[in-house]
Every structure is written in structure tokens, then in C-alpha cells.
Design a protein around this ligand. Structure first.
Ligand SMILES: Cc1cc2nc3c(=O)[nH]c(=O)nc-3n(C[C@H](O)[C@H](O)[C@H](O)COP(=O)(O)OP(=O)(O)OC[C@H]3O[C@@H](n4cnc5c(N)ncnc54)[C@H](O)[C@@H]3O)c2cc1C
Length: 317
């Protein structure tokens, strides 16, 4: 993760400070505030700030003048109801702000979520650090044959080692060229006093996508849950899933009722098409169903069986 001593001291100093407030605080989140959680080989995620707790959702839903909360089971029931019925605006009353460090190719997927506020480290203003992502051995996999966007099983030792060698050598080479073009090293020290060096905003374009970038990222809870449903999902790229899964852990600390409702009704819940519901009804009635009679495409059928963990023979026989 490679935080400098000065960065670590700043974090430690901030973590020593407390302030009295009338605002809702969540002790479990206060406990981890500012603390960086290492992810991948050089990345991290840390919570910088947040607004609201589970009761803020309940207060907004009840348009309360005061606390607006009732018995715990009633509040939890209301959050479940709101989640189940897609009554989303009360969830927009909470917000969270992260500081994340991730490879550029992960940031490219992440930035597609337009409903967040982002401020990224400037490679025009500062020299980018010599930190690049090299996947762990078990992540160096072949192309999936069933999912064009996915990976399959790990490569054999020989092929994997060659891949890692290429990734490492290329990343080092482009950084060497980056320093040469800048005429400065990573710390900004001048290399050759007789050269002016290329502008940072141009020199950076030669770096590979596995170089790390950083940003502050703020999002309201409704859109945060949408992000998690897409990026903590097993179909998302592993490297962004790693960040999304850490965020799920943080969500659980921050808003335990919302986390439960989200996992129950959204994340582990399922959306079924008209045809899929029809198939489920037929299977319950003990009728035979095949892909051809289901009205689903071969791919849809395969996904449906996977979703419900069904054996084709069991329902067609
Ligand atoms: C597994 C996976 C594979 C993907 N593959 C590709 C790919 O191959 N190529 C590619 O380009 N992208 C790809 N994406 C990105 C994907 O298409 C979305 O751009 C990304 O997930 C952001 O989703 P979103 O627009 O719902 O989120 P956000 O931008 O956070 O928006 C949240 C919601 O706000 C609303 N919204 C936001 N902006 C608008 C708008 N302008 N108009 C109307 N409604 C709006 C929508 O309801 C939207 O769902 C992939 C994503 C995933 C998870």
C-alpha cells in the first residue's frame, strides 16, 4: 500500500481528534474513519466522511420533526418495506465519502457510475508514483469460453510466469521512459540540467493501465447500493469486486438494517422475466419444461438455470 510516513502521521493525527456534535454518528464507522484498508497489491480504501445512519432513512420516510423512530423492529420493518418496494428517495438522505487508490483500468470501470462526485489525483499537476498492479498468481487466468467478459481457470506455471514477467518489465520500462521524458525522477528531482523535460500532462500518456491512481469519491446511499449491486456481483471484474466487497463490509458497519435489507431483497434477491416466472410455476406444478418450450434464448435459459441452481435434466425429465 506504501503510505509515506508523513501520510500515515496525518491519518494518525486525524484519528486522534474528536468533536462533540448533535448530528447522528455511527460508533462502528467512527472506529474505522480515515483508516486505510489495503486492497490488491498497492491499493486501499478508506472512509473519509459520512452523513446519516439507519434512523435518517426512517426519519425521512416518516417526514419526522424529531427523531421519527419507533421500536427497533418497526424501523427495521420500514427499511425492509422501502427496499422491497423500491421506495428509493429516503435512501438518498445518507451519504458516504471514500478515498480510494486503484489501478487506472479499475478506475475506468468505476467512473462509469455517473451519480457520484469525484476528484482524482492530477497527473497534470503531480508526478504519478511508480506503483503498478501485478495480479496474484490465482488471478492470472485464461479467457472464459462461456463469458466473453470474464476469465476462467489459472494459467499453468510456465505461461503465468511469462505473463507476469511481461507485465512487470513493460510497466518498469514505461516508467523509466516517463522519468526520462519528464527529465525528473519520481520525487521530482531533476535528471539532466541541460534538458527542459516534457510537460507532466503529456508524459503520463505512455503509462500502462495498471498504474495506480487515487480519488475522493462521494455518493448518496441509493446510488451507492446500485454501484454495489453491479460491482460486488460475481460478473464484475475481480479487481473492482475487491473494492466493492470491502465497501459491503463498511456498509454493514454503517447501516446494519439497510445492509440486511439490501442483501435480502437486492443483492441476493433475483429479478425474473415473465418467461422465467412461467417456468417456475410449471416446475412447481410438476410439468416438464425445456429451453425450447420456455420461450427463452439458449443464453437466457443457461443463466436462469444457474440463478436457481437447477439441473436441466431434473425439470425436463
Ligand atoms: C458486468 C459489467 C459489464 C459492463 N460492460 C461494459 C462494456 O462492455 N462497455 C461499456 O461501455 N460499459 C460497460 N459496463 C458499464 C455499464 O454499462 C454502466 O455504464 C455502468 O455499470 C454504470 O451503470 P449506471 O449507468 O446504471 O450507473 P450510474 O451512472 O451510477 O447511474 C445510476 C442510475 O442513474 C440513472 N442515470 C444516470 N445517468 C443517466 C442518464 N444520463 N440518463 C438516464 N438515466 C441516468 C440510471 O437509472 C442509472 O441506472 C459494464 C458494467 C458491468 C457491471
Amino acid at each position: 500500500m506504501a503510505l509515506s510516513e508523513a501520510q500515515q502521521q496525518e491519518i494518525d493525527a486525524l484519528r486522534q481528534e474528536t468533536a462533540p456534535t448533535r448530528r447522528a454518528v455511527v460508533p462502528a464507522l467512527e472506529e474505522i474513519l480515515y483508516q486505510p484498508f489495503p486492497l490488491l497489491d498497492h491499493g486501499f480504501l478508506r472512509v473519509i466522511d459520512y452523513m446519516g445512519d439507519d434512523t435518517a432513512i426512517v426519519q425521512a420516510a416518516r417526514i419526522s420533526y424529531g427523531k421519527g423512530t419507533k421500536k427497533i423492529n418497526q424501523d427495521q420493518g420500514l427499511i425492509n418495506y422501502l427496499m422491497r418496494h423500491r421506495h428509493t428517495t429516503p435512501f438518498e438522505m445518507c451519504e458516504i465519502k471514500f478515498h480510494a487508490k486503484m489501478p487506472i483500468f479499475v478506475a475506468r470501470d468505476w467512473i462509469r457510475h455517473r451519480t457520484a462526485n469525484v476528484n482524482e489525483y492530477s497527473g497534470r499537476y503531480s508526478i504519478l508514483g511508480k506503483e503498478f498492479y501485478i495480479p496474484a498468481h490465482d488471478q492470472v487466468c485464461g479467457q472464459s469460453t462461456t463469458n466473453r467478459q470474464g476469465r476462467s481457470t489459472p494459467l499453468n506455471d510456465q505461461e503465468r510466469n511469462r505473463v507476469l514477467e511481461i507485465l512487470e518489465a513493460d510497466a518498469r520500462q514505461v516508467y523509466g521512459h516517463y522519468e526520462e521524458m519528464l527529465n525528473a525522477d519520481e520525487e521530482g528531482n531533476l535528471i539532466d540540467p541541460n534538458r527542459s523535460g516534457l510537460a507532466r500532462e503529456l508524459a503520463r500518456m505512455n503509462l500502462t493501465l495498471n498504474y495506480y491512481t487515487e480519488w475522493y469519491w462521494k455518493i448518496d446511499l441509493h446510488n451507492f447500493l446500485h454501484f454495489l449491486s453491479l460491482r460486488a456481483d460475481s460478473h464484475a471484474q475481480y479487481e473492482i469486486q475487491v473494492y466493492a466487497h470491502k465497501m459491503l463490509e463498511i456498509l454493514k458497519l454503517w447501516l446494519p438494517y439497510t445492509y440486511e435489507a439490501f442483501m435480502r431483497y437486492k443483492f441476493n434477491g433475483m429479478h425474473l422475466s415473465e418467461q422465467a416466472i412461467d417456468v417456475v410455476k410449471k416446475v412447481i406444478r410438476g410439468e416438464k419444461v425445456t429451453q425450447e418450450s420456455s420461450g427463452m434464448s439458449a443464453r437466457e435459459w443457461r443463466e436462469f438455470l444457474e440463478q436457481l441452481n437447477l439441473e436441466e435434466q431434473a425439470i425436463a425429465a
